[in-house]
Design a protein around this ligand. Sequence first.
Ligand code: 5GP
Ligand code: MG
Length: 175
Amino acid sequence: MEVDKILFAPEEIRARVRELAAKINAHYVGLGADSVTVVGVLKGAVVFFADLVRELKLGVEFDFVKVSSYVGTESTREPKLTLDLSGSVTHKHVLIVEDILDTGHTLRFLSDNIKTREPLSVQTATLFDKPSRRENGFVADYVGFEIPDLFIVGYGLDCDGEYRQLPFVASLKTK
Ligand code: 5GP
Ligand code: MG
């Protein structure tokens, strides 16, 4: 497969990440928080995570989780944690950072899971969102770009492990 069309250029992504960071900074200033644990969802969110945290104006702790794709039949829609947080988030503010929000099962599962650990707060940021694909009404607190139902790669997002390092986001030629 080949890259088809560049949908988001590096400068456009950079500008939007700055805007999201400004909203996130304002939110935590409003809470009077002096630090936040930013939880990146491996592997796709790594590039967005790295750019976003460098725009945050409060103390940041890094942590990461990995969530499996659906186990068994598609219809069970039951994500599982295959890598857990390395530290406790009890009494901490948590910001979950995801690459793309699709059906909503991954972020619903993760935020519910993290909320059981008595954090001070949990918010979610996703760079891309396909609202037409949602199966559970999940709404992220911060969304970079809403896109139609199409498969994208680059800026962390892969297709079978490829394309993650592209500095832009593109659709793929399917043949
Ligand atoms: P969901 O919201 O359906 O639980 O899952 C979101 C996950 O599906 C994302 O973290 C990502 O791994 C994958 N995904 C959904 N749409 C796309 C896409 O357009 N491109 C890529 N590369 N991954 C996607
Ligand atoms: Mg993902």
